[in-house]
Design a protein around this ligand. Structure first.
Ligand SMILES: O=C(O)COP(=O)(O)O
Ligand SMILES: [Mg+2]
Length: 226
């Protein structure tokens, strides 16, 4: 039997798509309706990769206000509803990403998405950006029983995309992605333009890129076959 095509599994927020402006604007709409002042976008950006629950908790912490768990659950639901209504908003792929994927595709690579967004929001965003056709599988926090950093979220995504763990690589922007890949024994490329709250080299990824033009077929193959 032929071996499966090499597979590149991308994280979504902060890796494929620059969603921070829309996520922060949604956060501000929610907290302002609760009587808090809008948060500063630069101060909140490093929290964006950790999802709406962490962003909401952080916003209340920054305002010196206590937030009960039950209230947080309600606000997370409001957030998901409001955020989903405004897609794609101003979100767009990071510079050079589509060109890099096009070259990789011409060289036989396949792609999947493994995100901690809900599967519904991830698909909605990719549809709104007319990008869904690029991916063999798109999985979210609620697709399986586990989510990143559990390695099975990544391993099951590879399985769904008909790939093989030995011919796969992960691309991500936060420690959540790096630990997931390490726990799954999959090589990982870190992008340094995402939403990480500390320099990505601290997490010792296999490679760091600062622009998608660096993600060539040669680079990816050298990491997979290392
Ligand atoms: O929404 C989140 O929790 C983060 O999403 P990501 O996994 O695509 O970075
Ligand atoms: Mg991310």
């Amino acid at each position: 039997m032929d071996s499966p095509a090499p597979l590149i599994v991308f994280d979504l927020d902060g890796t494929l798509i620059d969603t921070a402006p829309d996520l922060i604007s949604c956060l501000n709409d929610i907290i302002m309706a609760e009587g808090l002042e809008a948060v500063d976008a630069e101060a909140m950006r490093p929290q964006v990769g950790f999802g709406s629950r962490v962003m909401l908790s952080r916003a209340y912490e920054m305002a010196g206000k206590h937030l009960l768990d039950e209230k947080l659950d309600l606000l997370v639901n409001d957030f998901i509803k409001l955020y989903g209504q405004n897609m794609p908003g101003s979100s767009e792929p990071f510079d050079g990403m589509l060109d890099a994927m096009s070259t990789l595709k011409d060289n036989g690579f396949k792609f999947a998405v493994c995100t901690n967004k809900t599967e519904m929001l991830a698909n909605k965003l990719l549809d709104a950006l007319d990008m869904s056709q690029w991916f063999e599988a798109v999985t979210g926090q609620d697709t399986f029983k586990v989510r990143k950093p559990h390695p099975d979220h990544l391993l099951k995504t590879i399985e769904m995309a008909h790939g093989s763990a030995k011919q796969a690589i992960m691309v991500g922007d936060t420690p959540t992605d790096f630990s997931t890949a390490k726990a799954a024994s999959i090589p990982v490329i870190a992008v340094d333009f995402g939403y990480c709250d500390s320099p990505v080299d601290e997490f010792e990824p296999d490679k760091i890129i600062s622009h998608y033009s660096e993600m060539t077929p040669e680079l990816v193959l050298s990491l997979i076959n290392n």
